[in-house]
Design a protein around this ligand. Structure first.
Ligand code: NAD
Length: 641
């Protein structure tokens, strides 16, 4: 074990922290036993000198601290949200830095020998034997189901609900843990399958899909039990002697309909929230990126019953047919137009709907920022996944005093982007996934250029190939499609603004309200602006990063959608939130039960007056009238008027 960046004792610090974060179990090795530490230089080579120094310093300290103290620091860092700001910030940095190093090493090299991969063949057509006399296809991989088959899908869903409800949340999280390990083992195949369907770069597939999914599964494993347990709430004095609780029970069968831009993430994340909350799930991927067989195989090998989560392939018509049979909830991610159709159809049967739709996210850059870092972040936010993210930066507002410097930096960055569908992780972005989306980008670009916009990079694009280069554009006016509609391609449109109030109204002047980013050295100003934006998520001095924290809920305002998922709040979207009030079996007749009499009315009226007036005197009077009312109600309740 040696490193050109870290001393031996600093490497020991990494091992110590690694073993605390990934202690291992009977099936999977601990961080130390995974023998990944030798790979650390490969990762440290990519870090800045400052970050490397910071890590070396921290690991040097960890090396000399006893394990319990390192564990204490890491635990504290995990709970750093609760710490005051002056302590919270460094702790959060420790948490992100150490976890990042440990997870990246462990996840990227655990199965490099490829042994486990070779046992799997993603192309296997996993269809179960027909099991009823009418030869209804029993599902694992079912495409374009007939009406009768859809009836069966829901029938299986009902049966599955009974089985899943019998599992405790803890047992459900064990399936999730197994799934996480299977994803980890098979990540290279999964990346290949994602790249084949989407044309993403390998790094985009690893970072946004695999890492994001694994991180979210860890969150479910750690938080589900606490989040889903019955919670006690206060019971007011007027209901003295009773108890109140909230149960988080399953809804039934949840239908998840997903888009093509993150086919792995958009499948596993909602599917596992639905499962852990106890629902049966029907999942319909996009017809453009079905990842056929990939998810079934992972679920099967993680012990999931085939009816707990059923995957149905097909286009929008299939989605609509599935809605017709009345799921207990629809979790839809996709475009605004389809979202409206889904909601309209659901409204006819009063099916609850959650909509995660498109965006036109703004990046707001004030003139006190570090221009190099901010331009790098903004350009990444606009181009990651070739701009095909709901939270892609599609409007960059730059304070006029630094506009020219920022533009110069952005041109340099865009011109240096490497673009191809790679095998080695060396490409920045891949290509566009669907022909329809290429056409939209072309239309938006041509409309903008006709109306006077200026292209600063990407002029060599032939308007046909899916490898659309970064399109850095300026001189944009509000009558251009590129200014108001979601483009969903690698565009970086630059705008100028003069002051805070102007940029707030420019940002809010949009039909969308998904995310935004605010960049300023003045955090007070950045938070003030964040409060005033009509969006669901804001990253400050970073971009698209609210999605990187599984503890934060996600969702939009206006045309960007309805509802929130993920985070602790997100469990509730998949639950039947049930209110429970518990009284004792006794001889007491409640004051609001019959019979009603004039005397009861008078007593109740007095009690109401005292109950809702302020002061100790009123409280005492309330207690006395309450007692009289109770004794009178009991008397007439038992004897009659
Ligand atoms: P889309 O609306 O065309 O399709 C989404 C899904 O809906 C697909 O599975 C499709 O088959 C299905 N569908 C189509 N018509 C249907 C109908 N009538 N009834 C039921 N289902 C139907 O969207 P897309 O082009 O796949 O995805 C891109 C869009 O998704 C973009 O607008 C993007 O912003 C949005 N998106 C939003 C989020 C978010 O979390 N807010 C995340 C990713 C993508």
């Amino acid at each position: 074990m040696s490193s050109k960046h870290l001393s031996d004792s600093q490497l020991n610090g990494v091992l110590k922290a690694g073993n605390i974060i990934i202690p291992g179990d009977t099936e999977y090795p601990s961080f130390e036993n995974a023998n990944v530490i030798d790979q650390i230089d490969r990762m440290l080579d990519y870090m800045t000198e400052d970050d490397r120094k910071g890590l070396a310093f921290l690991m040097g300290i960890f090396a000399y601290l006893p394990v319990f103290l390192v564990r204490f620091i890491l635990d504290l860092a995990e709970k750093s949200q609760k710490c005051p700001n002056f302590m919270g910030a460094p702790l959060r940095l420790i948490q992100m830095g150490v976890k990042g190093v440990v997870f990246t090493l462990y996840y990227s090299d655990l199965d490099e020998d490829g042994k486990i991969h070779q046992q799997l063949n993603w192309n296997t057509n996993i269809r179960m034997k027909p099991e009823d006399e009418n030869s209804i296809k029993t599902i694992l991989e079912l495409e374009n189901p007939s009406e009768a088959e859809i009836e069966y899908i829901y029938k299986y869903g009902k049966e599955a609900q009974v089985q899943i409800r019998k599992l405790t949340v803890k047992q459900r999280t064990k399936y999730i843990k197994k799934l996480r390990h299977n994803i980890l083992k098979n990540k290279d195949q999964i990346i290949l399958a994602i790249q084949k369907d989407t044309k993403k770069s390998k790094s985009d597939a690893l970072i946004s899909e695999i890492f994001g999914v694994l991180d979210f599964l860890v969150f479910l494993e750690n938080e589900s039990i606490k989040a889903l347990k019955d919670s006690a709430v206060k019971t007011p004095i007027a209901l003295m002697g009773k108890k109140s609780k909230i149960y988080r029970d399953p809804l039934g069968t949840v239908l998840i309909i997903s888009p093509w831009n993150y086919p792995f993430y958009q499948a596993i994340v909602p599917m596992m929230i639905s499962f852990v909350t106890g629902n049966a799930t029907i999942y319909k991927p996009s017809e453009f990126t079905p990842l056929k067989g990939v998810i079934e195989k992972l679920l099967l090998e993680s012990g999931f019953d085939t009816r707990w989560i059923q995957i149905i392939y097909g286009n929008g018509l299939v989605g609509s047919q599935l809605i017709d049979k009345r799921p207990d909830k629809i979790f839809f991610t996709g475009s605004v137009n389809t979202g409206k159709k889904v909601m309209e159809q659901a409204s006819k049967k009063l099916i609850p709907v959650e909509l995660e739709l498109g965006g036109k996210d703004a990046a707001i850059v004030f003139d006190d920022v570090n221009i190099k870092r901010t331009a790098a972040g903004v350009v990444w936010g606009a181009l990651t996944n070739c701009g095909q993210s709901c939270t892609s930066v599609e409007r960059v507002y730059i304070q006029e005093t630094i506009y020219d410097q920022f533009k110069k930096e952005a041109i340099k960055l865009c011109k240096n982007i490497k673009q191809y569908v790679d095998e080695d992780g060396d490409s920045d972005i891949g290509g566009m996934t669907t022909q329809a989306q290429i056409t939209i980008v072309k239309e938006h670009l041509e409309d903008a250029l006709e109306k006077g916009a200026v292209l600063l990079s990407g002029d060599k694009w032939d308007r046909e190939t899916s490898m659309i280069p970064p399109l850095l554009i300026e001189n944009i006016t509000s009558d251009m499609k590129i200014c108001t509609e979601e483009t969903f391609g690698p565009i970086v449109p630059l705008y100028k603004f003069s002051d805070e109030s102007e940029v707030i109204s420019l940002t809010n002047d949009s039909d969308f309200g998904l995310s935004a980013s605010v960049w300023s050295a003045n955090k007070i100003r950045a938070e003030r602006v964040a409060h005033r934006l009509d969006v669901g998520n804001v990253s400050i001095n970073n971009v698209m990063l609210t999605e990187g924290n599984p503890y934060l809920p996600f969702g939009g305002t206006k045309n960007s959608g309805i509802g929130r998922f993920k985070g602790i709040l997100g469990f509730d979207s998949f639950c039947n939130i049930k209110s429970i009030l518990i009284d004792s079996d006794s001889a007491t007749i409640e004051v609001n039960w019959y019979p009603y009499t004039a005397k009861k009315f008078e007593l109740f009226s007095k009690m109401t007056l005292h109950a809702f007036s302020s002061g100790m005197k009123s409280f005492l009077k309330f207690a006395l009238t309450g007692m009289s009312l109770e004794s009178y109600s009991n008397k007439i309740g038992k004897k009659g008027r």
